[in-house]
Design a protein around this ligand. Structure first.
Ligand code: FAD
Ligand code: AMP
Length: 479
């Protein structure tokens, strides 16, 4: 007799493990299958996010930022440092330790909540059955009332720069470099490319980012993106827009990249290491038996409705493997929604308010609509901007670059979006996300008392500025 579960989750990234925990909390008998193995061949939970994504990249961003500060800005505070040395292997070992603490933490959470952790590969068969092959290759079939597919995503490979794990690497390889490359090329100046380029740039690499699009961070508010580009260029990142990589040649220990610039001219650049960061694609290899009943969309994502329900009754899908932004927190919220819907609740998710952050220094963070989107919709709007150069707290911290921008409907004053480049932008934008979730107007935010001196005051002032009465900057004349 095969084992019977209320819920079987396939994949234990932030979408899958959160779904499994929430389902178990709701009293459902839940198993979660995960195929990820660490360097010792041991099964580990956490998916891309914990193993090779959000967390390890932030660990390296924080280490490299400290090095950069010691190198470039301690002297402004009167702190003299002698010769600085960067021990890359210690930095990487610290990152590994954080990863293993957190992945181990999920094992603990599964245990505490009564989730059965199964290491191996899951495959959806017809009739909500799941074929589970453990790490030793032994196969069994699990029966489930509900199956949640949470198999995530994987880096996109481009034939013009095929990853060889040596001179040409993907984001995972860029988290494991053992020394600082002298000349570092990055294909794709998107979220991941900018973060990884920043890590190694701060440690001394000469970084060139080749980006096919003419606009920098085309999906972000363009005023913020332009400001961010100026800041990153000042930091030494060489961001070349309109440059599409069309070929690469590995010559021993270096790689020669050919790209076409915006005038269509062919250019060449030589790097010691080339990181390919051209995006991610949904991962469904080996996941679906031909008669599983689950359909993929034209881009290879598992097709789901607004509630993450697939075409096959009782089969759900969440996280990077379905449409929407490839963000850990988006997948986690979908996981909660699905678990609660399985338990009979009517949970919905607000896809309009999902914060999006790039963890450069300063950070870039956004929630809601960009000014371009609002303008195109024809909705009347006001914009409030507050530069960090006018913030006492930012000045004290020597973090004066950037701004907070709040967009509100000109008639109702409802906040439509917030875009920030600046210190702690990730945490600041969350304040506006909460306000938006409660349907706040810019005036509501403006009437909220903010502590002084805080970086948050920049959010307060931007909200006031949207209605033309910021205190600490001159307000733009209203029509
Ligand atoms: P994943 O995390 O990809 O997990 C899927 C899991 O399913 C994997 O563990 C995989 O082994 C397993 N699996 C697949 N197929 C099977 C199968 N058949 N059987 C069993 N198991 C299977 N997002 C943010 O929100 N913030 C960030 O700062 C951020 N930084 C990032 C930095 C980098 C370098 C990268 C690469 C990504 C980053 N992301 C970030 C994106 C984030 O990691 C993903 O959005 C998130 O991990 C997606 O979660 P998921 O659970 O859908 O899938
Ligand atoms: P993201 O989707 O944020 O990870 O960003 C990936 C970036 O890579 C996008 O901005 C793409 O325009 C860019 N990109 C994709 N293919 C190429 C290429 N061949 N050369 C340069 N940039 C590319």
């Amino acid at each position: 007799m095969s084992e019977k579960y209320d819920v079987v989750v396939i994949g234990s990234g932030p979408a899958g493990y959160v779904a499994a925990i929430r389902a178990a909390q709701l009293g459902l008998k839940t198993a979660c299958i995960e195929k990820w193995q660490n360097a010792e061949g041991k099964g580990v939970n956490g998916g891309t996010c914990l193993n090779v994504g959000c967390i390890p990249s932030k660990a390296l961003l924080d280490s490299s930022h400290k090095y950069h500060e010691a190198h470039a800005s301690f002297n402004k505070h009167g702190i003299a440092v002698g010769a600085l040395e960067m021990d890359v292997s210690t930095m990487i070992a610290r990152k590994e330790k954080i990863v293993s603490q957190l992945t181990g933490g999920i094992a603990g959470l599964f245990k505490a909540n009564g989730v059965t952790a199964l290491f191996g590969t899951g495959k959806l068969l017809a009739g909500k059955q799941v074929e589970y092959t453990d790490l030793k290759g032994k196969t069994q079939v699990l029966d489930a009332d509900n199956v949640i597919l949470a198999t995530g995503s994987t880096p996109i490979d481009i034939p013009v720069a095929a990853v060889n794990g040596d001179t040409i690497i993907d984001s995972t390889g860029a988290l494991e470099l053992t020394e600082v490359p002298k000349r570092l090329g990055v294909i794709g100046a998107g979220v991941i490319g900018l973060e990884l380029g920043s890590v190694w740039g701060r440690l001394g690499s000469d970084v060139v980012l080749l980006e096919a699009l003419e606009d920098f961070l085309a999906m972000m508010d363009q005023q913020i993106a332009k400001d961010a580009k100026k800041i990153f260029t000042k930091q030494g990142l060489d961001i070349r827009l309109g440059c599409r990589v069309v070929g690469s040649e590995v010559n021993g220990k270096e790689v020669v990249v050919t790209y076409k610039n915006s005038d269509g001219e062919e250019q060449k650049e030589t790097f010691d290491i080339l990181i390919v960061c051209v995006g991610r694609r949904p991962f469904t290899e080996g996941l679906l038996a031909p008669d599983s009943g689950v359909q993929l969309d034209e881009r290879g994502f598992v097709f789901v409705d607004d509630y993450c329900s697939t075409n096959a009754p009782g089969v759900w899908a969440v996280g990077d493997v379905v449409r929407g932004p490839m963000l850990a927190h988006k997948g986690s919220e979908e996981g909660v929604m699905v678990a609660e819907r399985i338990a009979g609740q009517k949970t919905q998710m607000n896809y309009d308010i999902i914060p999006n952050v790039i963890y450069t220094h300063p950070e870039i963070a956004a929630v809601g609509l960009t000014e371009e989107q609002v303008k195109n919709s024809g909705e009347p709007y006001n914009v409030g901007i507050f530069p960090f150069a006018a913030s006492g707290r930012a000045m004290a911290a020597d973090e004066n670059d950037g701004m907070v921008k709040i967009i509100a409907n000109a008639e109702t004053d409802r906040i439509l979006g917030c875009h920030i480049v600046g210190p702690s932008a990730a945490d600041l934008v969350q304040q506006v996300a909460i306000a938006m979730e409660f349907g706040s107007s810019a005036e509501d935010l403006g009437m909220t008392v903010f502590g002084h001196p805080t970086l948050s005051e920049a959010v307060h002032e931007a909200a006031l500025a949207a209605n033309g009465h910021a205190i600490h900057i001159a307000n733009r004349k209203r029509k």
